[in-house]
Design a protein around this ligand. Structure first.
Ligand SMILES: C[S@@+](CC[C@H](N)C(=O)[O-])C[C@H]1O[C@@H](n2cnc3c(N)ncnc32)[C@H](O)[C@@H]1O
Length: 253
């Protein structure tokens, strides 16, 4: 377990989380090919992924609106700092509008990280149907997201702060995250096979001023910090388990 209290350590702690996630994605993805990441944000997963798998070409699709409007500039400057060789192309678009324009069976994989929490059940079902259509036979889809099922009080605190409209300025459509069962069933319903889930413990506890900064970064009201200050200073928040759900598109025979 890593516990941080200094806000200056947050960035490094998150980078470590995404490195571990990228390793898991790399185990499932082909070593080369053209893949799409929906909701790439500032490239939290995208950048470590192409660094670990430099023969992958990634199209990152994101609309960069509302609370995520700054992510576009952050992504572009992170890419500029890495030179021309990075295999990432950024498309600014709503994911639905973009997927509609894509031909059938073009991509080796469609992936996402912390994007399913942005959807609701109906749009998740439709999204997986689109993923299935644009992926090549035998291609993969992989989606990671934070578990909505807390294992302890610190995780429960984080989920509550990020879900309840009295605390968060950006309450979710339907869920903090879908449950693994909802995701697996929706993937099967969309025609995917070999639907599997792995769990990765985050092991990241955030206390004190680092917790205060994280709440601010996540658009959670100051009133939450004020009311729970004692617990946030001593016990803190904990990032829930990462759930990584993957599936394969059946090949046509
Ligand atoms: C929680 S962030 C995840 C960012 C990053 N992938 C990560 O792992 O942290 C969700 C991202 O989905 C994007 N997003 C949400 N709804 C979208 C939509 N309808 N079309 C395209 N992108 C969308 C947001 O702009 C945001 O960058």
């Amino acid at each position: 377990m890593i516990a941080i209290s200094d806000p200056g350590e947050l960035e490094m702690a998150w980078a470590h989380q995404y490195e571990r996630l990228s390793q898991r994605f790399c185990r499932i993805l082909p070593i080369q090919g053209l893949i799409v990441e929906i909701g790439c944000g500032k490239g939290q997963l995208t950048i470590p992924l192409v660094e670990m798998a430099p023969r992958l070409q990634v199209i990152g699709v994101d609309r960069f609106m509302g609370p995520y409007s700054k992510s576009h500039t952050e992504l572009l400057s992170a890419l500029a700092g890495r030179g021309k060789k990075v295999g990432i192309r950024v498309v600014v678009s709503d994911y639905n509008a973009w997927l509609e324009t894509q031909p059938d069976s073009k991509y080796d994989a469609v992936i996402s990280s912390e994007f399913l929490p942005e959807l609701d059940s109906k749009s998740m079902t439709d999204f997986f149907a689109d993923c299935n259509r644009v992926i090549k036979p035998d291609g993969r889809t992989i989606h990671s997201f934070l578990s909505p099922e807390p294992r302890n009080q610190r995780q429960r605190r984080l989920i509550e702060a990020d879900s309840e409209p009295r605390w968060t300025k950006t309450p979710p459509e339907e869920w903090f995250s879908p449950t693994p069962r909802q995701v697996l069933e929706a993937l099967k319903g969309a025609g995917f096979k070999e639907c599997r889930m792995v769990k990765l413990r985050s092991g990241l506890v955030i206390r004190s001023l680092a917790a205060r900064r994280m709440l601010r970064d996540w658009d959670i009201r100051q009133s939450y910090w004020k009311l729970h200050r004692t617990a946030l200073e001593s016990e803190g928040l904990e990032i829930p388990d990462w759930l990584i759900v993957g599936a394969r598109k059946v090949s046509q025979s």
